[in-house]
Design a protein around this ligand. Structure first.
Ligand code: PLP
Length: 244
């Protein structure tokens, strides 16, 4: 029985390695298609529901960014990650009252979507003698039940944030609406890229547009072709999530 289990485990690791190699070659292809180098595109492993030993295996393959969705889950795995030079990001919605639990632990918060949250991240960071890197999450499809800032509010948000000394804005993140058509999906990615380029012209001491984080397992190729430089991949790397 133990032997069978260990074989299954080894099979799982082997599958993850194959998935990783496949994803890296697709990333390289999409990068070239958009006139960039493979190394211009960052792969973040989305690790929700994935156990720390599997995450550490993925890191050992060369993954340099991992992202958790929930503060509680992040904290429960935190002591067991073997990060080395791999960065830990928070990619899920963050409530103001949980900011203290992540500042100092994560290299980046990708889900900043309100002034109130920005103010709290800045305050907590300053109190710890830190500056926290953030991405602004944009609700590019203007979907009612989704987190993220409405695109038309981005400029106002950046103006206010330029006053907050405890945060550095490093770019934008988005999760486009589910689309039946690839052309429709690409329209959202292109809209995000336009916003990203427009804002890049806007300079501020704590604003630099380095990352455009968009694209997941089912659409990372299109996202890169449209200008993404960070893709967040979960199921395509680790297999389908089981929530049991
Ligand atoms: C889960 C998740 C992903 C990855 O989704 P997959 O479809 O499994 O690749 C990316 N970004 C965020 C914010 C997520 O919550």
């Amino acid at each position: 029985m133990t032997e069978k289990l260990s074989t299954e485990y080894e099979q799982r690791l082997l599958q993850i390695r194959r998935n990783y190699e496949h994803i890296m070659s697709r990333i390289a292809e999409a990068a070239e298609k958009s006139g960039r180098k493979p190394s211009d595109i960052k792969l973040l492993a989305a690790t929700k529901t994935v156990s720390y030993d599997i995450i550490n295996y993925a890191i050992s393959l060369g993954i340099k960014y991992i992202g958790e969705n929930k503060v509680q889950e992040l904290n429960s795995k935190y002591d067991d990650y073997k990060l080395g030079d791999c960065q830990l990001h928070l990619i899920g919605h963050l409530q103001t009252n949980k900011v203290k639990q992540v500042v100092g632990k994560v290299s980046m918060i990708q889900s900043l979507d309100s002034i109130k949250l920005a103010k709290e991240i800045s305050k907590v960071s300053i109190a710890s003698g830190l500056k926290t890197d953030v991405l602004i999450e944009v609700n590019i499809g203007r979907e009612e039940n989704k987190t993220g800032l409405a695109p038309e509010r981005l400029n106002e948000m950046l103006d206010e944030i330029s006053e907050f000394n405890g945060i550095n804005v490093k770019g934008l993140m988005a999760i486009p609406p589910i689309c039946d058509e690839r052309t429709e999906l690409c329209k959202y990615f292109e809209d995000m890229y336009k916003l990203f380029v427009d804002i890049s012209r806007k300079t501020g001491d704590n604003i630099s547009m380095d990352y455009l984080s968009m694209g997941m397992s089912d659409d990372y190729y299109e996202a890169i072709v449209c200008g993404s430089n960070m893709v967040r991949i979960g199921s395509g790397l680790f297999g389908a999530r089981s929530y049991t």
